[in-house]
Design a protein around this ligand. Structure first.
Ligand SMILES: NC(=O)c1ccc[n+]([C@@H]2O[C@H](COP(=O)([O-])OP(=O)(O)OC[C@H]3O[C@@H](n4cnc5c(N)ncnc54)[C@H](O)[C@@H]3O)[C@@H](O)[C@H]2O)c1
Length: 479
């Protein structure tokens, strides 16, 4: 049997479901194939982000932050509370409720926009045919003018630390702990390691993060990364840099982790271990040999700048293709592809994709770091402003970190925008908008910002780029 669509999307994460909705809005007959199934047999939409990634982790980060504030930082603000208790089961129940509401919301949006949801595992055959294997093993083949692959990514497993029920887990399992582990080990001080480490440390776990590289967050502007590291260490996160894990074994209800650092072989005993060493594109049983789609040497589906694969009419977006593994990047690509299929000519501006690490303080940035500009030999100027000099940040008891703006030495155009501090994930949007509109530092400096707000630090950092900050002493230019 064959059913024909204008567009079939494989995968219903933030890349796939957004692409499907957009395509349907543009008048294209659209279906979205998703294999994720709940215990009750119902299809689950939303992918990693909504089910076991961005959203549930933020639910836990918010609650653990509130708990930590209440237990340790209310007294210094004059709020006296006694016996603050954490109910982990309640926190998890709330998280599950948020996930359910959001994933159910996508089903509603599919209905409202006329997207057909097809349950099962999708496999791309030659000539844009998609074979779907349902849970009961029944296969159906559908045909489409265009196929969009949006199958996402999976956590990477490493041989020295094999997944072990109840002891060694990946990022998904770490969102399901039923109690706070006394000692928690994490392999990898990347985004996931830092976010999950923060959750469980705030709830009382002794957290050690083992990071193989010698530098901390090497992709982040190093002035910002150093500031963040200092604050994380002050909070009690034990971050071991240059510590490569060589083994992990469960013995007498503990995980014995062995690692090597500059001093030689080391050992760490923990109650639970999280492996957070990156993610790999998810393409298992996705492509038939004659599908015409090619992968690059790292297993990512090969696409051009418009997300076109080597097979005519087949596109791929999100974590399964090159570029940062970020939900919002996937969604942008999904919209671009749907519009291209409908005959428009949009592009994704890859220079203006924000990055956020949802720790406290948050770390967020868009554009180039000082290290990148130095390596490229670009002449630039820098303006920074600390939240310690921002009245609103002080009032909020969150006066740490800074805003840093980097601009082209000659044209003053903003090249990079970096924040470590309160609400950095929200503040960075100002940098994204400024860069998207090709603003100069002077454009921001000439803009009126409300007082008192955290965003005034953006204004002051922009003023500082050209030596005009009002509320800090400006750095004199070296002659
Ligand atoms: N807030 C967000 O935007 C967000 C949140 C979660 C995940 N993500 C994305 O998901 C992806 C995966 O995140 P991640 O944190 O797992 O990966 P990552 O690549 O950010 O960090 C993994 C870290 O593990 C280290 N590592 C690897 N092998 C090791 C070993 N044997 N011993 C010690 N350290 C080792 C690496 O050096 C690296 O620093 C990333 O692309 C990330 O951007 C983003």
């Amino acid at each position: 049997m064959s059913d024909k669509y204008d567009v079939i999307v494989i995968g219903a994460g933030p890349g796939g479901y957004v692409a499907a909705i957009k395509a349907a809005q543009l008048g294209l007959k659209t279906a979205c194939v998703e294999s994720w199934t709940a215990e009750d047999g119902k299809q689950v939409l939303g992918g990693t982000c909504l089910n076991v990634g961005c959203i549930p982790s933020k639910a836990l980060l918010e609650v653990s932050h509130k708990f930590e504030e209440t237990a340790h930082h209310y007294a210094e603000q004059g709020i006296m509370v006694k016996d603050v208790q954490m109910d982990v089961a309640k926190m998890m129940e709330r998280k599950a409720g948020i996930v359910k509401q959001l994933t159910g919301g996508i089903a509603g949006l599919f209905k409202a926009n006329g997207v057909t949801a097809i349950q099962g595992h999708g496999k791309l055959l030659a000539n844009r045919k998609v074979e779907v294997t349902a849970n009961d093993g029944k296969t159906t083949t559908y045909e489409a003018e265009n196929v969009i692959i949006a199958t996402g990514s999976k956590p990477i497993e490493i041989p020295p630390a094999p997944m072990t029920e109840g002891y060694i887990t990946d990022s998904e399992g770490a969102l399901e702990f039923t109690e706070v582990p006394k000692r928690l080990g994490i392999i990898g001080a990347g985004v996931i390691g830092l976010e999950l480490g923060s959750v469980w440390a705030r709830l009382g776990a002794e957290v050690t993060i083992l990071e193989a590289q010698d530098s901390f967050l090497p992709a982040v502007d190093q002035q910002i990364a150093k500031d963040a590291l200092k604050q994380f260490q002050k909070q009690g996160l034990n971050i071991v840099l240059g510590g490569r894990v060589t083994g992990a074994e469960v013995k007498r209800k503990l995980v014995n982790v062995t690692y090597e650092d500059a001093k030689g072989k080391q050992e760490l005993k923990v109650d639970k271990l999280i492996v957070a060493v990156g993610r790999r594109p998810y393409t298992d049983n996705l492509l038939s040999e004659d599908s015409g789609v090619k992968m690059d040497e790292r297993g990512f589906i090969f696409v051009d700048e418009n997300c076109k694969t080597e097979a005519p009419g087949v596109w791929a977006v999100g974590d399964v293709v090159r570029g940062p593994m970020l939900a919002h990047k996937a969604s942008e690509e999904g919209v671009m592809v749907a519009e291209r299929i409908a005959g428009h000519k949009p592009q994704v501006n890859y220079d203006c994709i924000p990055n956020v690490i949802y720790t406290a303080p948050e770390v967020a940035w868009v554009g180039k770091t000082e290290e990148q500009l130095k390596a490229e030999g670009e002449a630039y100027k820098v303006g920074t402003f600390p939240f310690a000099a921002n009245g609103r940040a002080m009032a909020a008891n969150a006066a740490s970190g800074m805003v840093k703006i980097i601009a082209d030495e000659k044209t003053d155009r903003i090249l990079g925008f970096h924040v470590v501090g309160p609400q950095a994930s929200e503040i960075v949007a100002q940098g994204v908008i400024a860069m998207e509109f090709g603003s100069s530092a002077e454009d921001l400096a000439l803009t009126c910002f409300a007082h008192p707000t955290l965003s005034e630090s953006v204004h002051e950092a922009a003023l500082a780029v050209n030596g005009g900050a009002i509320h800090i002493a400006n750095r004199r230019k070296k002659k």
